[in-house]
Design a protein around this ligand. Structure first.
Ligand code: ZN
Length: 118
């Protein structure tokens, strides 16, 4: 075991988590977090949890309240074309159908991923 103070220093940021590695593997987004944990989030689930005003509707991550979306998804909707970083605190995925207004903060991304993992 390495002697390190990185753990206690990370705690200074409280609940602030951020990915140290993000990559798409097949139809999943693999996220390695700075706390050492890993999440595998299906791209389809990520899209369905898009937090933008147009998609959010009745959906609630914490309550897992699923309602059929007001707009139909196509297979393209779940294809991730790009995943640009936004200001170092979030990612803004660009989907195959051209949708790109959802900004996933790290905290939100982790909550969605954790909810999916259970
Ligand atoms: Zn959206």
């Amino acid at each position: 075991m390495k002697a390190s103070t990185s753990q206690s220093r990370a705690a200074d940021y409280g609940s602030t988590v951020h990915p140290v590695d993000l990559q798409t593997i097949g139809n999943e987004l693999a996220i390695r977090w700075n706390d050492g944990s890993e999440s595998f989030l299906k791209l389809e689930s990520m899209r369905r949890h898009c937090p933008c005003a147009g998609c959010r509707g009745e959906m609630d991550v914490m309550g897992n309240l699923y309602k059929s979306p007001s707009r139909p998804y196509s297979p393209e909707s779940f294809v991730l074309r790009q995943l640009p970083l936004v200001g170092g605190y979030a990612v803004q995925p660009v989907w195959g159908d051209g949708h790109a207004t959802g900004i996933f903060s790290w905290d939100y991304l982790k909550r969605v991923a954790d909810a999916e993992t259970i």
